[in-house]
Design a protein. Structure first.
Length: 174
């Protein structure tokens, strides 16, 4: 009789072990489903909201022109008095090739200005990229060492855009 009861308990133990991964999966799925509905995903926290723009001084991309004039680098004066979209880009960045038509469209909107930070790129490649796809930027700075990216709090493996709103252009101050 003891062998029959030990076989029964071993079978129950094995059944529990079989359902344990299913139970763990169900618990994780419930947790993910709960967190998916919690909070507003459009509200991303930023350490820079309400603070002045960090000191920015990036040299221009040599030889880059827009409308026959040299495109300046980035300084703090670039951001004054305008809502600005800062786009971090590189010629080697595949998504950057896809977003240029959208940036060209945005550059026609006079309510905002687009500036670019060329990230870890050879100047010749960067100029070729902008000549091929168009240059939507009023200013383009070169950041080979991530100095500007760290000062604005951007940690990234791949270039991407982010917004900067100058105090003078904010709707609450108008």
């Amino acid at each position: 009789m003891s062998t029959a009861s030990s076989k029964g308990s071993a079978k129950r133990r094995r059944n529990v072990l079989v359902f344990l991964p299913l139970l763990a999966f169900a618990a994780l799925a419930a947790l993910f489903f709960y967190r998916l509905g919690a909070g507003d995903p459009s509200r991303l926290p930023s350490a820079l909201i309400g603070h002045p723009i960090p000191a920015t001084n990036l040299p221009p991309l040599p030889g880059l022109e827009r409308d026959g004039k040299p495109v300046p680098g980035l300084t703090n004066a670039t951001f004054e008095g305008a809502v600005t979209l800062v786009n971090v880009w590189a010629s080697w960045c595949v998504p950057c090739h896809d977003e240029v038509p959208y940036l060209e469209q945005l550059s026609k909107d006079k309510r905002i200005q687009l500036v670019g930070i060329n990230y870890k790129d050879a100047p010749d490649n960067a100029r070729r990229f902008l000549n091929r796809y168009g240059n939507p930027f009023v200013a383009t700075g070169r950041d080979e060492g991530q100095v500007a990216l760290r000062s604005i709090g951007a940690c990234m493996a791949s270039p991407k855009p982010f917004w900067s709103a100058a105090t003078a252009a904010s709707p609450t101050n108008s």
